[in-house]
Ligand binder design. Structure first.
Ligand SMILES: NC(=O)c1ccc[n+]([C@@H]2O[C@H](COP(=O)([O-])OP(=O)(O)OC[C@H]3O[C@@H](n4cnc5c(N)ncnc54)[C@H](O)[C@@H]3O)[C@@H](O)[C@H]2O)c1
Ligand SMILES: N[C@H](CO)Cc1c[nH]c[nH+]1
Ligand SMILES: [Zn+2]
Length: 432
């Protein structure tokens, strides 16, 4: 793990670089898979499932029998934990409902805004190196609360063409029954174009590796919206001497174990904490089953000492972490000051894992610096806002002349006419 003390501003850019990914190669593969799935549908989805995932599914859709039999394979303790998480995620996302906004901007000019669910959505649940059933809770729960009519789910099965039973149990618990055994680029292509088995959707949600993320970005060229680029997990911890080094190390490792391309960063106002965390990381790493993956992520991670809290905040805002943990004596400076972060965790007893699973917030978050312009998934991600207006004769009499002038100034006579005809009628009726 690279250790840096008081880095110069000129070095920030290279210091904060994410692990290098060769997107050009990935883009070529993604474009090829998209072309074929668009032309051949299921046949190409199966071809690429065999090529990239090593299985040939007879049926792409998970059968009702498979879904029903999954329940018995999940322990009662795990079911209870998933149900507790579901409850908290439901509570937090239900609270995000907003009232209709309605204003009379001028007497007789009424404008309002209402939300409507996106009717057809596709959820991608990663399954390459770990079956992320918790992601189903994060996507299906807000989709249901929003009122999305058609919700489909794609996830890569194991080599035996079987989807992990916990994924099936969680999907059923959330009321999702259209589940497809398809992962990676071919899943995103199928949801973009539609195939004989998998329906086309209007918006695709969910995190994934670089293949999934690049595929989602290409999907936007075919009139399909996406939640955001949600790639390899990352975490930045800001800590001072009041932090517990073992806790900090455990949080950093929790995101490092997601993938070798994950990145974790400690920014500290204390040199001794940096030393302690470094020792703790090595100690805790030894016992992790995913030690090799985490160790690779740690390779391109950073321990950064910065003496000034103002500079530390600037550096963190520049990095725009997916997850930001603040463990300092006075967290408010950072909590109130942060502009760019996907989700913020405050204090020694708020591990990032809480947000990953069960506290209630969403774990599908922007990575790779996209927290500068994107929000994480929330209830509004599954909705659109429509504006409405109703203008009375009195209202058009008031704003009509301004519209006429503006339309004329833009050289758009027909726009002006649409008002003038109405104003003339009002004049003729003597109701001025
Ligand atoms: N940002 C977030 O909100 C968030 C949340 C959860 C997980 N994640 C990230 O999601 C990722 C999950 O990745 P994963 O790999 O475990 O699962 P995944 O489901 O995203 O990807 C697996 C698929 O990748 C495809 N693939 C693999 N190698 C390929 C190749 N050489 N060419 C073409 N396609 C290939 C396969 O089809 C496979 O099914 C991790 O990086 C994790 O950090 C991010
Ligand atoms: N940390 C991931 C988001 O970057 C989400 C997750 C799912 N399971 C465990 N963690
Ligand atoms: Zn995680």
């Amino acid at each position: 793990m690279k250790k840096v003390f008081d880095p110069k501003r000129a070095d920030w850019e290279s210091l904060l670089e994410r692990p290098v990914q060769n997107f050009e190669e990935v883009e070529k593969v993604v474009a090829q898979v998209f072309r074929e799935v668009k032309a051949n549908g299921d046949i190409s989805v199966k071809k690429y499932s065999e090529m990239f995932d090593g299985f040939i599914p007879e049926d792409l859709q998970v059968s009702t029998d498979e879904i029903a039999s999954a329940e018995a394979k999940v322990s009662p303790e795990l079911k209870a934990a998933i149900q507790l998480a579901k409850q908290n995620i439901t509570t937090f996302h239900t609270a995000q409902k907003t009232e209709k906004v309605s204003v009379e901007t001028l007497a007789g000019v009424n404008c309002w805004q209402e939300k409507r669910p996106i009717q057809k959505v596709g959820l991608y649940i990663p399954g390459g190196t770990a079956p992320l059933f918790s992601t189903i809770l994060m996507l299906a729960i807000p989709a249901k609360i929003a009122g999305c009519k058609e919700i489909i789910l794609c996830t890569p099965p194991g080599k035996e063409a079987e989807v992990n039973p916990v994924i099936l149990y969680t999907a059923k618990l959330c009321g999702i029954d259209k589940i497809y055994k398809v992962g990676g680029i071919q899943a995103i292509a199928a949801m973009t174009f539609g195939t004989q088995t998998i329906n086309k959707v209007y918006k695709i949600f969910g995190p994934g590796n670089q293949y999934v993320t690049v595929a989602k970005q290409l999907a936007t060229k075919y009139n399909v919206a996406i939640d955001m680029p949600a790639g390899p997990s990352e975490l930045l911890v800001l800590a001072d001497d009041t932090a517990d080094a073992a806790f900090v190390a455990s949080d950093l490792l929790s995101q490092a174990e997601h993938g070798s391309d994950s990145q974790v960063i400690l920014v500290s106002l204390s040199k001794s904490l940096i030393e302690d965390v470094e020792t703790e990381i090595q100690r805790q790493l030894e016992d992790l089953p995913r030690k090799e993956i985490a160790a690779q992520a740690i390779e391109h991670s950073r321990l950064i000492y910065i003496g000034s809290k103002e500079e530390a905040l600037e550096l963190i805002d520049e990095y725009a972490p997916e997850h930001f943990i603040v463990c300092t004596a006075n967290p408010d400076f950072f909590v109130k000051g942060i502009n760019n972060a996907g989700s913020v965790f405050i204090g020694n007893y708020t591990p990032e894992s809480a947000g990953d699973y069960a506290s209630g917030t969403n774990h599908t978050l922007p990575t790779n610096g996209y927290a500068k312009q994107y929000s994480g998934v929330n209830l509004d991600s599954f909705m659109k806002s429509i504006t409405f207006q109703k203008i009375s004769a009195e209202g058009i009499r008031k704003i009509g002349p301004a519209i006429e002038l503006m339309a004329e100034a833009e050289g758009l006579q027909a726009h002006k006419n649409a008002v003038t005809l109405r104003l003339n009628k009002i004049k003729a009726s003597g109701n001025e």
